[in-house]
Design a protein around this ligand. Structure first.
Ligand code: DGL
Length: 269
């Protein structure tokens, strides 16, 4: 592995782009390779074993592309597969988890809400986070079926998505939480809608910035940071149909890095 090698990132679909945006902002010199596992999206409805299988295959693909570090840009895949990936592969991994600790420090009413997939909320890691970093605050968990699919379809600001979100935010509002954690990497794309729907003064947080900082820290420790005088590039792959996924990636990424390639069949089955 060398400093000029790319960073790999993957998610069940386009959600991990919310993490990649922060990585790009903090590390403009790095080359980034993103895999959207759209054919297998949503992960939230798969078994942990099926998610581990996908995570292993995507990791193997990213290794063929010469990556020096992998960001598992998905809370659900981090819960289901991060431990096994670290045990099986020798390159460094950075995972994503709901910002329970930060929210517990921020709340004034000692009540926080967490929006995530059912699998993330049911995972051992989430229980550990609440027990060890929850600071004794009330945590209102809310699984949100349908939101990932809405973002995958590019429906980030439609009446139907707003209706769904309203339903999921209602229990949080009833409990009067004052911090809402976006515990799925797809949800930051719905942040404008979430902010519109929550009561004034409620803060909405995600993990993009901390994950980007952790990526930088790990690369620095491993002496793998790319030289800062260069401009990084991006490459995108999907296990789904590039003609369908491409326009959504282009829209959510902000127009750059238009070409989305199909993941080779060996890694998309
Ligand atoms: N972006 C994934 C996460 O952070 C979505 C999971 C899914 O595909 O259900 O959990």
């Amino acid at each position: 592995m060398a400093a000029h090698d790319p960073i790999g990132l993957f998610d069940s679909g386009v959600g991990g782009l919310s993490i990649m945006k922060e990585v790009r902002r903090l590390l403009p010199q790095e080359d980034l390779i993103y895999v959207a596992d759209s054919k297998f999206c949503p992960y939230g409805e798969k078994t942990p074993a099926a998610i581990r299988d996908r995570a292993r295959k995507i990791t193997a693909f990213l290794i063929t592309q010469g990556v020096k570090l992998i960001v598992v840009a998905c809370n659900t895949a981090s819960v289901a597969a991060l431990k096994e990936l670290r045990a099986e592969f020798s390159l460094p991994f950075v995972g994503v988890e709901p910002a329970v600790k930060q929210a517990a420090l921020m709340t004034k009413k000692r009540k926080i809400g967490v929006l995530a997939t059912g699998l993330t909320l049911a995972g051992e890691r989430f229980t550990f986070l609440v027990e060890n970093f929850g600071n004794g605050v009330t945590v209102v968990n809310q699984a949100c079926p349908g939101l990932v699919e809405a973002v995958e379809a590019g429906a980030v600001n439609t009446p139907e998505t707003e209706r769904l979100l309203k339903k999921y935010l209602q229990p949080l509002q009833e409990k009067e939480v004052d911090v809402v954690v976006l515990g799925c990497t797809h949800y930051p794309f719905l942040r404008p809608l979430v902010e519109k729907l929550v009561a004034p003064g409620v803060r909405v947080i995600d993990t993009g910035v901390p994950v980007a900082k952790q990526t930088k820290r790990v690369l620095a420790e491993e002496k793998l940071l790319a030289p800062s005088q260069r401009a990084g590039q991006e490459w995108f792959y999907t296990s789904g149909d590039p003609a369908v996924v491409g326009p959504v990636i282009e829209r959510l990424w902000g127009g750059r890095g238009a070409g989305v390639a199909a993941l080779p069949p060996l890694y998309s089955a």
